[in-house]
Design a protein around this ligand. Sequence first.
Ligand code: NG6
Ligand code: CA
Length: 507
Amino acid sequence: MKVSSKILCLIFLIVFIRCKDDSKKDSEKNIKKNHPNIVIIYADDLGFGDVSSYGSTELLTPNIDRIANEGIKFTNGYATSPTCTPSRYSLLSGTYPFRTKRAQVLPGNAPLLFELGKQTLPSMLQSAGYKTGVVGKWHLGLGDENMDWNGKIAPGPLEIGFDYAYIMASTNDRVPSVYVENHKVVGLTKEDSIFVSYQKNFDGEPTGRENPELLKVHPSHGHDMSIHNGISRIGYMKGGKSALFTDEDMNDDFLRESIKYINKNKDNPFFLFYALHQPHVPRIPHPRFVGKSGLGPRGDVIVEADWAVGQFLDELDKLGLSENTIVIFSSDNGPVLDDGYKDDAVTKIGKHTPRGGLRGGKYSLFDAGTHVPFMIRWKGTIKPGVSDALVSQMDFTASFAALTDQNNMTPDSKNILDAFLGKSSKGRNGLILGQNNIMAYREGDWALIPPHKGGGIVNKWVNIESGRDTIYQLYNLKEDRAQQHNLAEINTEKLEALKQALEQEKK
Ligand code: NG6
Ligand code: CA
């Protein structure tokens, strides 16, 4: 090579490296573009009427109310399903639960529910430069068919877009009663491995069925298998004593980890899915909250959760992040009183109405199954107010993709950012509620429940109307919030229109 061509090559190389460097800087610039932090605080089984800003007078939630009063309170906010797993699945995947057969209440040893490689809310935000974390209840499956709780627990949250996870392995009423941090059970030692079965008990291990004398809380239905902390649960487990969580401390554990997470990530845009375990069963408040509500443990754990929300909001203030953080508060499904333990939820309810005048509750296709408290605060950006727009948790992915210049690649999430930010009174057009073949449809002022085979009128274990019937049901929620008048035979035009709209939305 001649000297001149050598010099030419060198110049070319320098130019190339500089260009590459510039484009790297550009993409870093894009990422650092002051996107707001996003926090979703997600209660478990909290009803539309369980929050004082939504009308509760017997049970006060001053801290949750702060989010509603300083932000937008949605009067038509929905989870997609009346149970936990499908609602959480659609929130994180932007996909209707009915598209995935397994998207229903999962046992504690179920493999991860998500299909790897598909966009999720956290993976979308990762692409926008966010640090993403989940703390609290998961209930979306972990690992694969051959999961060993003593080894590496994967795939899980880290494989679907979270950078950090500190989660309850399943639910507080399902074994294993442990937390998982990233890929490992927290506090597990080599000398004391943990074993889990949903088929049969381990030799010599007590159960709630056979050893009620060991219980501090007794089951009312189900929940009579392995005992831990004086509470029998669903499923069997053995060993792992040093790893087992203490129900009384769970609220403090999740709060501590959430606060740690935002402190660690305060210099990045971050996303935190802070999934509270209250007021799901077993309802075991820390002793400092016992008796605080006058409504028994169900009320007490709501007071406890409300306190944690207050601590979390205070921390955002302390870090100077409140103006740059979107805080969402909602619930995964509607309320239930007796959900399997004798915990006075029914006897001490007094005048409190968890469903807040709606019909049904958890597990129900009636409105209270999915119509939940739903509020969004973004101090200094969102003008406080009330919105009647139809909004769903499934729409976070597309809406926050729009906010952060990303593409939504999920099938069902809709960009309703303007409704979320209070700039528009129009949310989504229609919304399918439920999972698999058990569905209802909400559009405008209307709710449609197509006929269902079987399914009792009242789910007798929990004493909640299932909403399922063998005929079409059509309700005008504006005029008839409590769904007392089935208009299917009177307003056949509306019925036909909604039947078609439901079919269209399913596509
Ligand atoms: C039910 C449980 C209930 C609760 C629910 C899931 C029995 C008898 N009932 O099967 O206690 O765990 O599943 O709740 O076992 S959810 O909020 O996580 O969806
Ligand atoms: Ca739930």
